[in-house]
Design a protein around this ligand. Structure first.
Ligand code: ADP
Ligand code: MN
Length: 514
């Protein structure tokens, strides 16, 4: 029985699109025209096959393509959600049962069979520790060969004529056959495992090589597929995380997607019930950091050198590094909020999913500064506000935004709100001052172009924010001085093992105001 099929049965009215793919419905006769190159494409073949499979098992489609992800299908019925939760639960039980049977059949036998291929929850996906921020979780790697039972140091076992050495052909052969089980599940090793098959080392090694290259190839294919869907949607595990938030009453409904960026997807949601220790805002933004890793590679420099995260960085796998971005955004938002800077307020963090208050109203996000047309009065007001916020950020939060521009400032309630601070760093970060200078350049240019005559140029702005007094009157020299300062700080770290507490020269930065 399939719980989704039952629980998600349509009550009345037109159902969601996937229901029309029901095998009992009218056959789909639309023909798709395509080129010869398409016909020859392996990728296309895979996709077509997938489509066919999906058509045959519509309920699987429902699980794989959650309803609210598209952004169009706003009706997230709790029935469906419940059904999907049940399906996950069902899959898990099914897998547990498989595991029990596997154990029963194998017993103590040296040669074992595996039902891995029949499992519903892929070993990479199964994760029972959904609660809490589990930085420490170690995932069992299903592809890593178990430690083979070794022959003792002396190189042989047994006595007299029963002696067998580690080079014994029969023992080795059997061991090699058993080790085939550790190849990736999709690698077909035939029936050898069930027979008393002996593989020579040479044959085994050749097979192993092939299995690994196959594994890598399949991973690449998989990644491509992930990539195309990840543009709009999130992966099933993230979806489950989101369902759980709704199920726990934290969120009322997730209405749709407000932004799909390279590194994150942002959803809008209505807040759920307040708990004893938490007030949940009426409208929330959910920022899901993408777990497709490629996009994050070029961001290494922000976090790798941030000493707050330095010790942890080297030990982490990429999945955890992505969670670290989410964690960083949370900490930075909290600092900003404490300093009274208008910004989203953190509601909660779960793995790579950050829930915060929504800047906007009735599902409509506040426009970015680049998208609003402000009166010259508001423009000037916005400028001074940003100048103040940059100073506060630097002085009170000890932060440099590091991606500040009209793209990451929203106009709401007659003022500017700062967002997107996962990459923000402390000023003493090895490139902190360069990031600040870039921020200043963006802000100066935007407001100078926007007709604010009072707007400082980027160098003046930099000095005003940092309190430093760099006198160079041209960009190149200015930049050189910045880099010299950064280097000085790095040398200090080398020599004294810690950073200068702050860059400062002659006291507090001047406060500019209207
Ligand atoms: P990135 O630019 O890295 O994709 P952002 O944090 O800038 O991520 O979010 C992307 C977009 O989502 C923003 O430009 C903004 O339009 C919207 N957004 C993000 N957070 C919020 C929020 N708290 N309230 C309203 N809209 C938001
Ligand atoms: Mn952004």
């Amino acid at each position: 029985m399939d719980p989704v099929g039952v629980a998600a049965a349509p009550d009345a009215g037109p159902g969601p699109a996937w229901q029309s793919k029901c095998p009992w419905g009218a056959p789909n006769t639309t023909s798709i025209s395509c080129s010869l190159a398409d016909v020859m494409s392996e990728q296309l073949a895979k996709e077509l096959q997938l489509e066919e499979e999906n058509a045959a098992f519509p309920e699987v489609v429902a699980v794989a393509e959650g309803p609210f992800i598209s952004g169009e299908n706003i009706d997230t019925s709790s029935d469906l959600m419940l059904a999907q939760m049940l399906q996950m639960e069902f899959d898990r039980e099914y897998d547990a049962q498989l595991r029990r049977e596997e154990k029963k059949i194998n017993g103590d036998s040296k040669v074992s069979i595996s039902f891995e291929n029949y499992r519903k929850v892929h070993p990479y996906d199964s994760d029972s520790s959904e609660d809490g921020v589990d930085w420490q979780d170690t995932r069992h790697d299903p592809y890593r060969a178990d430690k083979p039972t070794t022959t003792p140091r002396k190189g042989f076992i047994g006595k007299g004529k029963d002696i067998t050495t580690k080079h014994d052909e029969v023992v080795c052969g059997r061991k090699n056959t058993a080790r085939m089980e550790n190849f990736a599940p999709e690698f077909q090793v035939g029936d050898g495992i069930g027979m008393d098959l002996k593989l020579s080392n040479q044959v085994f090694n050749a097979l192993k090589q092939h299995a690994y290259s196959e594994e890598r190839r399949s991973a690449r294919l998989h990644e491509k597929k992930e990539h195309s869907t990840a543009e709009k949607a999130v992966d099933p595990k993230t979806r489950l995380l989101l369902y759980k938030m709704v199920n726990a009453g934290m969120l009322e409904t997730i209405t749709g997607c407000i932004s799909t960026g390279k590194e994150s997807v942002v959803f809008h949601a209505y807040g759920g019930n307040a708990t004893e220790d938490k007030v949940i805002p009426p409208e929330c933004a959910i920022k899901v950091f993408k777990t497709t890793l490629n996009e994050f590679k070029n961001r290494d420099k922000y976090i790798k050198d941030d000493y707050r995260f330095k010790d942890r960085f080297s030990k982490l796998n990429p999945r955890k590094i992505i969670r670290m971005w989410a964690e960083k955004e949370m900490h930075n938002l909290t600092r900003m909020h404490n300093a009274g800077i208008p910004c989203p307020q953190v509601v909660m963090l779960k793995k790579h999913v950050l829930v915060m208050s929504f800047i906007g109203q009735d599902q409509v996000p506040a426009p970015k500064l680049k998208d609003v047309t402000l009166s010259s009065e508001d423009m000037k007001k916005a400028y001074y506000q940003i100048l103040n916020m940059m100073q506060q950020l630097y002085k009170e939060c000890n932060l440099v935004h590091a991606d500040l521009s009209e793209y990451n400032m929203l106009w709401h309630d007659g003022k500017v709100w700062l967002i997107d601070v996962s990459q923000s760093v402390e000023p003493t970060h090895p490139h902190g001052l360069e990031f600040l200078f870039r921020d200043c350049r963006n802000v100066s240019q935007f407001f100078q172009k926007g007709g604010v005559a009072e707007a400082l140029n980027e160098r003046e702005l930099f000095n005003a924010v940092s309190g430093l007094n760099i006198t160079a009157d041209n960009e190149v020299d200015f930049q050189a001085e910045i880099e010299a300062l950064e280097k000085m700080n790095e040398d200090h770290v080398q020599n004294h093992g810690k950073k200068l507490s702050m860059f400062s020269s002659d006291g507090d930065p001047p406060i500019y105001d209207e």
